[in-house]
Design a protein around this ligand. Sequence first.
Ligand code: NDP
Length: 334
Amino acid sequence: STQIHLSSRPVGFPTHDNFDTVQVELPALAEGEVRVRNEFVSVDPYMRGRMSSAKSYAAPYAVGEVMNGAAVGCVVESRSSELPEGTLVLHSMGWRDVAQGPATAFQRIERASEDTPLSLYLGLLGMPGITAYIGLTRIAELSEGESVFVSGAAGAVGTAVGQFARLLGASKVYGSAGGPEKCELVTEKYGFDAAMDYKAEPIREQANRVIGDDGLDVYFDNVGGDHLEAALDVLAPFGRVAVCGAIGQYNATERQPGPDNMTNILRQKLKVQGFIQSDYAAEVGDEFRRVAGQWFADGKLVYDETVVEGIDNSVEAFMGLLRGENSGKMVVKI
Ligand code: NDP
């Protein structure tokens, strides 16, 4: 059997030198094992992350080991009554033509219908599809009548996001992708309201022009960096960002726009939501004054102030504040 192994860790874009093609003699099946001829092997952006040794949500690939990942195929030899010959299965043994192991390592695929292509279980009906669905319904909590912008719109996750969003009642669906063909694809085939070609013009300018005043309720981020920056320009009050991926940075060797540790939002599953205190003040005000007032009265609170003297020094106080010249509250004493 042929396997593709990681041979070295890439710096920037991976090259052929990072991989080895290895021929492996497969042992005879043991009791309870099956042999699967792969029909489709998935390549996914997260694999770039796993090629690096950096800590991430998926463990790094070991150098010298097969590039694991999703694959679908058909059982061609079986010593398990669970998965007889001819069973279609999904597994995670990745880049190899034949996979074998205990039946428990394989998941039977129940096809939606006889002619449902098997490859869909690596895409729309597989991991990328569920990713899109989770992002929209669980993370962004999309409601009917809301607008959605997805970056990487012409990709596996992106095309699913666009369609699901529409089906979930989105009012407008915007996408971004690289190149006019992809943009035409997402509007013509997938019914996006508009597509932005980020290679033709900075995405931030386009987002402001195309989405602009309409406002955006949900940004589904597959790209990060400049795309997130663009979305932040047009997100409406209480908009949500589902941080799904940051493919714009996976191969970056130089600092990208925006925080350079955006992927921590993903890795740590953070939810990013802003708030303005005044929206809550009426609801929380009485409680706060009661609780904090009591703490202070009980001597449980301490504080610092930096006092700038004189109204004439108000500007200096303000600039000093921006320069960080205060400890605790900066105040102007008149
Ligand atoms: P895609 O099918 O979207 O393929 C990747 C696409 O990324 C490319 O086609 C390319 O499209 C685009 N791309 C590559 N480089 C850049 C760049 N510098 N700037 C902008 N776009 C770029 O992959 P998937 O649908 O599988 O994954 C999409 C995203 O979702 C990835 O970020 C991935 O990591 C993430 N993901 C996250 C999961 C999760 O659980 N959080 C699960 C699955 C995926 P173009 O030609 O338009 O540039």
